[in-house]
Ligand binder design. Structure first.
Ligand code: SAM
Length: 291
């Protein structure tokens, strides 16, 4: 079968099926075979792997995945793409399962159980950019057994995932990704590698799941609630931001007392705290009486 990773073959498939791009689904299909090969290389896919692909589109990357992995599960929201995948571009493969659903609603743990006996899978995707963060957070927070996530995202979002404190891009996404995984930007990809061209540059980032998180914290959920509250009110001091945050049930005095125990100033902002410091803050606050 002719590879889809070029403009001529992609346009031919679209034309053959009378397919029109849906902007609301973030449809920008890869048309560069060089980039596709590099993504498969970066993901380190081999014949033992069960791979989850989010948003196969017309199956351009899926073909590479089917060639390299033992088994592929592809979840695609757009029902107009399903006959293209099933009857045309992926019809030659018997190691593919296509699911027509919204990835945010699918029970991925059940898929991993059924398809890979609950053993860790690899996720590979050219993500729809409008839901990048919920997809990544959903995969981590629902504790899907994962070895790695290799994804195309907006370049700025890739940068946000790997920066540390004291930079403007540092935020809740950086901390969450670094708690669960080791981020590594593998390559940047120009808008010309997609059809239609997106209005932003892109990057492929690989998130390799930590066996154990780099910090220990007694209440993981509380730590992430604190992190989110800190960055929701980025310009406020931690004492004011956390003291006012709905749902945390903290008073300013408790936050100042915890910061003092950590040897930190009570005028400090969340954007200067490391992951270790957020973990320690959560541990200290979890032992204080609720308001
Ligand atoms: N993988 C293809 C490629 O690289 O050419 C297509 C990538 S395109 C950027 C994103 C794909 O995700 C589209 O096919 C889109 O329809 C699909 N998609 C968008 N939202 C989705 C969702 N919530 N669940 C599953 N798929 C989704």
């Amino acid at each position: 079968m002719a590879t889809l990773g070029n403009p001529t073959n992609t346009a031919a498939v679209l034309h053959r099926h009378g397919f029109h791009f849906q902007k609301k689904y973030g449809q920008n299909f890869l048309i560069d075979s060089n980039i596709l090969e590099k993504i498969i290389d970066a993901a380190g896919i081999d014949q033992d792997d069960c791979v989850l692909e989010i948003g196969p589109g017309i199956g351009t990357m899926t073909q590479y995945l089917c060639e390299n992995a033992r088994e592929v599960v592809a979840v695609e929201i757009d029902k107009k793409l399903i006959p293209i995948l099933e009857q045309d571009t992926l019809s030659a493969y018997d190691n593919i399962t296509i699911i027509n659903d919204d990835i945010l609603k699918v029970d991925i743990n059940a898929i991993v159980q059924e398809r890979n006996n609950g053993k860790p899978i690899k996720v590979v995707a050219n993500l729809p950019y409008y839901i990048t963060t919920p997809i990544i957070m959903g995969l981590f927070e629902s504790h899907v057994p994962l070895r790695s996530i290799t994804i195309m995202v907006q370049k700025e979002v890739a940068e946000r995932m790997q920066v540390g404190p004291g930079t403007k891009d540092y935020g809740a996404l950086s901390l969450a990704v670094q708690y669960y995984a080791r981020p590594e930007v593998m390559m940047t990809v120009s808008a010309g590698c997609f059809m239609p061209r997106p209005s932003v540059d892109s990057a492929v980032i690989k998130l390799t799941r930590h066996e154990n998180p780099p910090v220990t914290v007694s209440d993981e959920k509380l730590m992430f609630d604190i992190i989110r509250a800190s960055f929701n009110q980025r310009r406020k001091t931690l004492v004011n931001g956390l003291g006012n945050a709905a749902g945390l049930n903290l008073v300013k005095e408790q936050v100042s007392a915890a910061l003092e125990r950590m040897g930190l100033s009570s005028t400090i902002r969340g954007e200067t705290l490391t992951l270790e410091e957020f973990a320690r803050l959560a541990d200290l606050l979890s032992t204080m009486p609720k308001r």
